[in-house]
Design a protein around this ligand. Structure first.
Ligand code: ASP
Ligand code: MG
Length: 423
């Protein structure tokens, strides 16, 4: 069994979808399970649609935009007269959900709406495979992936998921291709849940784990894992091989190539993970596996939109373990993720994503006991396997607010120096 995952960029228009069909048809190993994300920027568009509907605004233009975007692809693939009932039904269900879940809690409503990106993309991809004479089966990921009810960041119920996947996917005939959605699952009430933005990689890893896959491949618009984001840096290099440990560290620090939760399930079963280019499918890509590399080049991860929260005791008492344990509980409750932290005698500072509503809710919970000050608009720069020269270059022109150096990793929280020009 082999698991492929195609992200939004790989199915953003009709030509790209045809390219995905070519990659699937030339797969050398079977049976094949294919996990697909929402097409192009559909997930963002669905978020806008959801917000419009909740503000009781007229969302019909936005809805039309979504339908038109997908139908342009469908028309290119199958011709204008093609009657696509399964797709029309999905759009109807989406419209109904936009109305039904208007008054429900935001996170619950989010999952009932935003999950449609994947439902729609997989219906189209499955249809084009069938149309091209390939034996493929559309499979509803909500019947496979079972979760708790933490909407938007659902936690996997592994026992149920393993059982569902083995029952529904292992008996398949060798050459039938399974097409399923990334990112989505369902809870015990049967409501849709999602696994967090960009969570389709994680879905593929969960399925790989349950199926004891021979390997998993993520098809991307880059040649493999690079030493830095090519949109931000010049002269980046592709890394041919990475250990699971190195990959999990990089993704934890914010490297966007793969979702951070992807590595654990595949590491636990020692499944090799290939990151390959859908633009150049014959390129060798990057192999992530249990083999240890002795040396790595420096790798840079930039996390924008960071905040630095400074918390101090009101009565000048030391920040002791009892304070920290209380603070961590509150951080956890508001899902404020600690990217970096430090404590001094009477203060505790953490770097976290600048999610203002979560930070405000956190403040409400601690303000009786602590003072809190927040710096916004920061960047967290992480360099693995750093060199002094590279650190100096990255610090150049920045104000350094926070720095931590370990043996292989340096993390720096920086702010842009205002670009003042002398008159
Ligand atoms: N479509 C979802 C997102 O854009 C999931 C994914 O792409 O992996 O976040
Ligand atoms: Mg996506």
């Amino acid at each position: 069994m082999v698991v492929y995952k195609f992200g939004g960029a790989s199915v953003a228009d009709a030509n790209s979808v045809q390219n995905v069909v070519r990659i699937i048809t030339s797969a050398e190993h079977h049976p094949l399970v294919v996990v697909v994300s929402a097409m192009g920027k559909t997930t963002n568009l669905l978020e806008v649609l959801l917000n419009e509907s909740r503000k009781n605004e007229d969302f019909s233009n936005r809805f039309e935009e979504l339908v038109r975007y997908h139908y342009d692809i469908v028309n290119d693939l199958f011709g204008k007269s093609f009657k696509f009932e399964q797709l029309d039904k999905a759009f109807d269900d989406l419209r109904n959900n936009l109305i039904t879940y208007k008054k429900h809690k935001y996170d619950l409503a989010y999952d009932q709406i935003v999950s449609f990106g994947e439902i729609i993309s997989t219906i189209i991809v499955n249809q084009i495979l069938t149309h091209s004479g390939i034996d493929s089966r559309w499979c509803d990921a909500r019947k496979l992936i079972k979760t708790d009810d933490t909407y938007r960041e659902a936690i996997i119920d592994w026992n149920e998921t393993i059982q569902n996947v083995t029952e529904q996917l292992t008996s398949q005939n060798e050459h039938q291709i399974i097409i399923t959605q990334g990112f989505i699952g369902s809870n015990s009430e049967g409501l849709t849940t999602t696994l967090g933005r960009e969570g389709s990689d994680y879905t593929a890893a969960i399925l790989s784990f349950c199926l004891d896959a021979e390997y998993m491949a993520i098809w991307k618009d880059v040649p493999g894992i690079l030493t830095a984001d090519p949109r931000l840096f010049e002269n980046v290099a592709k890394i041919d091989r990475l250990s699971y440990k190195e990959a999990i560290e990089m993704t934890y620090y914010g490297a966007k190539v793969i979702h951070p939760k992807t590595i654990k399930p595949i590491q636990n079963k020692n499944i090799p993970l290939w990151v390959k280019s859908f633009i150049d499918p014959s390129g060798i890509g990057t192999l992530i596996s249990g083999e240890i590399e002795l040396t790595y080049p420096p790798m840079i991860v930039i996390e924008p939109n960071q905040a630095l929260i400074h918390i101090s005791t009101k009565d000048f008492s030391f920040v002791g373990e009892h304070h920290l344990s209380k603070l961590f509980d509150i951080f956890n409750k508001h899902r404020v993720r600690v990217n970096m932290m430090r404590n001094t005698a009477i203060s505790f500072s953490v770097c976290t994503s600048d999610l203002r509503d979560r930070i405000e809710n956190l403040y409400d919970d601690i303000k009786s006991e602590f003072n809190m000050v927040v710096d916004h608009d920061l960047e967290l720069v992480t360099i693995r396997h750093f060199t002094e020269d590279l650190i100096a270059k990255l610090k150049n022109g920045k104000i350094i607010l926070f720095e931590e150096r370990l043996r292989q990793t340096i993390q720096i929280v920086v702010k842009e120096v205002p670009n003042m020009i002398r008159k």
